[in-house]
Design a protein around this ligand. Structure first.
Ligand code: SF4
Length: 492
């Protein structure tokens, strides 16, 4: 990659949170919640609060622990606020896209945290620019903020949000601070997660329930697709408005496979349980008897334990072993200026334990294969320490297409499975065998129909109307005034 950045897997680009409390400042709970969401974005972190008179904001590049000093937290006055962690696409690492995005306008102030990606942001931006709005970034979050601010000049809060939701098309889970009111919004297909939590002295909205746990709160429920949640003042209850209803949702199945924390509960399922069940299904679909089952740490661990347990239930004489040790001080991303150095990255991150592997046949369980660099290097590493055979089992279907909904996956050119069948991929990674999990197994484990999942990256058909790509359903894409836009069916 041109900037020397090497990424081993897909990257979630954002985590969002919002709280409304009674009688204490929101900054510190937001800060702790962002810590719990750090895995969703490590490039920048920010908090916006409101003290009843004015908005306060602190947004900084870096990890949550580095982005806020004690003084920063002290300066974020007010018992309501929102927060954000972000992982921008490679090459756009700068503060202009860090969030929450805040804007002041005639009838108040807005702070906005966004997880997801709009596919019609350019159309909405062009139309707003033609009406005199000036934009400071090319980010889609600013488009939502300007559109909402404009609608708030003409309509009450609920109508204004509905109007914006009917104009934007794509994936979005939002937390919004409109003056001292905190809102949560999930797009009509519920692509990215969002949930509501109850605290001792208030309520919160967060990308994942792990952020509620860290504040000793209780998960109330997920925000429904197309729902607006308005947290009451002084931590009092919340109101719910189902603003847009669709026949089907399009939850991102990859949240369960890879992005979300295993201790989070998303759309009714504990992520850890889902991963173990996917591991069991992987054994049922493509189990192969070997001496040892090895997880690729960390995300392959729950899959591998489910796989090994199902194998043992079937009477297979197989050992589950942690035979790959992860260097926890190497982050998800390496700065690797040359191809040679990039290839060394796997060795920096994962070290095999020779005693567990030498002279044995091993099955390695991973959650996904994106570019194939990691898998190829891993298979070679295991052979180097004496594995007699290396079988690869993947807890998701092959990734054949990019994601346009807020996941930095890779382009089609970079995806090892794009245009290749499983045998060709096996030859490339040089394993003795390779199997992926089926799409039906994913749907079964999530107790969902395929029609309620986003499967774009594994089918090449998307739930949104994306230029140059095909869809898996009748897509409703709004017409933005005066512009030809997709299928031309308005949302409201
Ligand atoms: S394309 Fe894949 S990663 Fe992107 S939202 Fe859909 S399922 Fe998730």
């Amino acid at each position: 990659m041109p900037d020397g950045r090497y990424t081993e897997g897909p990257r979630e680009k954002c985590g969002v949170v919002g709280v409304s409390l009674e009688g204490r400042d929101a900054a510190r709970p937001l800060y702790y919640a962002l810590y719990a969401l750090q895995h969703r974005g490590q490039e920048s972190a920010g908090i916006v609060t409101h003290d009843g008179f004015q908005q306060h904001s602190h947004v900084e590049m870096g990890l949550v622990g580095d982005a806020f000093s004690e003084n920063d937290l002290e300066s974020l006055a007010g018992s309501v606020g929102i927060g954000h962690v972000r992982y921008p696409t490679a090459g756009s690492v700068d503060t202009c896209c860090a969030q929450p995005f805040s804007v002041s306008f005639k009838s108040g102030s807005l702070g906005l945290s966004h997880n997801g990606n709009l596919v019609n942001a350019d159309e909405v931006r062009d139309e707003l620019a033609a009406k005199g709005h000036a934009f400071t970034s090319d980010g889609d979050t600013e488009v939502i903020a300007h559109d909402l601010a404009r609608n708030l000049l003409e309509a009450d809060l609920i109508r204004a949000v509905k109007r914006t939701m009917s104009r934007i098309h794509g994936s979005y889970s939002l937390t919004i601070a409109h003056d001292d009111t905190v809102l949560g919004v999930r797009d009509p297909l519920g692509n990215r997660p969002l949930c509501i939590g109850k605290l001792d002295d208030g309520y919160m909205i967060a990308s994942e329930s792990a952020a509620i746990d860290v504040l000793d709160g209780e998960l109330v429920r997920d925000v429904e697709p197309g729902e607006l949640v308005v947290l009451g003042p002084n931590g009092n209850d919340f109101d719910s408005y189902r603003l847009i209803e669709r026949e089907n949702s399009a939850n991102c199945f990859f949240e369960h496979v890879y992005f979300a924390r295993p201790d989070s509960r998303i759309d009714g399922h504990l992520v850890y349980d889902v991963r173990r069940e996917l591991g069991r299904k992987l054994w049922a679909e493509s189990g192969i008897e070997t001496d040892v089952v090895l997880p690729v740490p960390d995300s392959g661990r729950a899959f591998a334990s489910g796989y090994a347990e199902a194998a043992q239930d079937d009477g297979a004489d197989v050992e589950f072993a942690e035979g790959l040790m992860k260097n926890r001080y190497v982050g998800r991303t390496f700065i690797m200026p040359t191809q040679d150095a990039r290839e060394r990255a796997v060795r920096l991150k994962l070290n095999p334990i020779r005693d567990v592997i030498e002279g044995k046949t091993v099955t390695v369980i991973d959650d996904s294969i994106v570019r194939g660099t990691t898998s190829t290097q891993l298979v070679q590493l295991l052979r180097d320490v004496g594995a007699e055979a290396v079988h690869l089992r993947i807890g998701a279907p092959a990734i054949i297409a990019p994601c346009y909904m807020g996941i930095d996956m890779a382009s089609r050119d970079e995806l090892i499975a794009a245009g290749r069948d499983t045998e060709e991929i096996r030859e490339t990674v040089a394993s003795d065998s390779l199997s992926y999990l089926s799409i039906d197994a994913i749907a079964d484990a999530l107790e969902s129909s395929r029609a309620d999942l986003c499967l774009g990256c594994v089918t090449g058909q998307y739930p949104y109307d994306i230029d140059g790509e095909s869809t898996d359903r009748d897509v409703v894409r709004p017409v933005i005034d005066g512009l030809e836009a997709g299928t031309g069916v308005a949302d409201d």
